[in-house]
Design a protein around this ligand. Structure first.
Ligand code: NDP
Ligand code: HSE
Length: 430
């Protein structure tokens, strides 16, 4: 019987420290549940002095050469919490080949190479776990491959990025400015090293690719997801949305129908009564549809040190159980290489359009003519004087394919009375 399961960390930032904190704080709980202690042994960092203020468990020591971890045959599990897709990939591949189990939070890498890494892990009879890579503390990966494994999943819809949800919530509820709230999200450890990933929707797109791969059993990568971020959203859009009875969210939506797979990340207005409207701050939520369980929704903290550490430690515990029992490769996943994509331009939605127009007579008639030419109706319109010369128009349209809206915006841009089309945002009507 093994006396303990030894782990080593690669990286010791927000998530690495949260992982060690939880392992230390819940030492007894964890040991009771898996029957052996989890021992933090080596922690690979570039500059140990940077972390001299953090108390380490007595068993742990910093190393500055990751090979020391790979060459240490007593280490069972490598926890990769550095991020990035080059060095981290090298480390993970080398760890797998060295026969070590791997736990990672690295969605960037998984959305680029997840299926290949899974195959490599299977080939070398080790576990590769990545619950922390999507939706922080929410056990959504486990739910998809395990709890709902008997179902055909048809839809995933979720708030998958804590930083943008935090930003949109604070802008909407406290009237704070975008830059100020982004800085707060960074200080709280929610944002990626380069927050462009968060605000441009890439982080949510990567998470959607990971979820889609497991849910639909296909090789889905980041580039399969069509992606729009929140950088174009203005405080006035949030305000108009409120007047129409909507809340704005950055949504990730993946569907598999007979026509093919569609994977999209974009901001969307949802009715204030929609369950996702109440998901605020750094919280995430994932809504699933399947042909057996029907509907399910998961809610929890989507980012931050301890919430992400919680998922990492759960994975470590699952792998540790396997180590103790001498089993590996429990998460068997087969990814079909073929996939048929359904173009985003064909997906129908209602739209909110905000534009600056001349403050003169006949403008509404000209705008209405363009809508009629595209066979789109305006369900609601708010017109507000901006200054002596201009007015702001906020229009809610009927449902139509995205391609029609693009044509409509092109035609607005050619109208002399339209100064600027400021925002075009989808509205989720069901
Ligand atoms: P941090 O930037 O806080 O920490 C990263 C750590 O990795 C630092 O210790 C850093 O060391 C080290 N590191 C980075 N690159 C290298 C390298 N090339 N060689 C050696 N060490 C390196 O990031 P987080 O902890 O926030 O994120 C870690 C991972 O977890 C990422 O993949 C991220 O996407 C993911 N994640 C993050 C969440 C969060 O809420 N923060 C939630 C879910 C997933 P140094 O100090 O020397 O730079
Ligand atoms: N930057 C990510 C987010 C971290 O804000 O959701 C969690 O994956």
């Amino acid at each position: 019987m093994k006396q303990g399961v030894k782990i080593a960390l690669l990286g010791f930032g927000t998530v690495g420290q949260g992982t060690v904190e939880l392992l230390t704080k819940n030492l007894d709980v964890i040991q009771n549940r898996i029957s052996v202690p989890v021992i933090v042994d080596k922690i690979y960092v570039r500059n140990p002095d940077k972390y001299s203020h953090v108390a380490l468990p007595a068993t742990a020591a910093f190393v500055t050469d990751y090979k020391e971890i790979l060459q240490d045959s007593s280490i069972d599990i490598v926890v990769e919490v550095m991020g990035g897709t080059t060095f981290a990939r090298t480390c993970i591949e080398e760890a797998i080949i060295a026969g070590k189990h791997v736990v990672t939070a690295n969605k960037d890498l998984l959305a680029e190479a997840g299926p290949y890494l899974m195959e490599l892990a299977t080939k070398h009879h080790v576990d590769l776990r990545f619950e922390a890579s999507v939706a922080g503390a929410i056990p959504i990966i486990r739910a998809l491959y395990d709890s709902f494994g008997s179902n055909q999943i048809t839809e995933i819809m979720g708030i998958l990025n804590g930083t943008t949800n935090f930003i949109l919530s604070k802008m909407s509820e406290d009237g704070l400015g975008y830059e100020e709230v982004l800085k707060e999200a960074q200080d709280l450890g929610y944002a990626e090293a380069d927050p462009t990933s968060d605000v441009e929707g890439y982080d949510a797109a990567r998470k959607l690719a990971i979820l889609g791969s497991i849910a639909f059993n296909k090789r889905i990568f980041f580039e399969d997801v069509s992606c729009e971020g929140i950088t174009q959203i203005d405080a006035s859009d949030i305000q108009f949305g409120k007047e129409f009875g909507y809340t704005i969210k950055l949504l990730g939506i993946a569907r598999e129908t007979k026509k093919g797979l569609s994977l999209n990340v974009h901001p969307a207005f949802i009715a204030n009564t929609h369950p996702l409207a109440s998901v605020r701050g750094s919280f995430n939520a994932v809504f699933l549809r399947g042909n057996g369980f029907d509907e399910a929704m998961f809610y929890g903290r989507g980012a931050g040190s301890l919430p992400t550490g919680s998922s990492i430690v759960s994975d470590v515990m699952e792998v540790a159980r396997n180590v103790v029992q001498g089993k590996t490769g429990e998460m068997k996943q087969f990814y079909y290489p073929q996939k048929t994509m359904y173009s985003s331009s064909k997906i129908e939605s209602a739209y909110y359009i905000r534009m600056t127009v001349d403050n003169s007579t006949g403008v509404l008639a000209k705008v209405a003519t363009k809508l009629a030419e595209q066979r789109i109706s305006a369900h609601s319109v708010i017109q507000r004087k901006a200054d002596n010369d201009t007015a702001t128009l906020a229009i809610i349209t009927s449902k139509c394919p995205h391609a029609y809206i693009q044509n409509l915006i092109d035609s607005f841009n050619h109208l002399r009375v339209v100064r600027e089309v400021g925002s075009v945002i989808r509205i989720m009507v069901e």
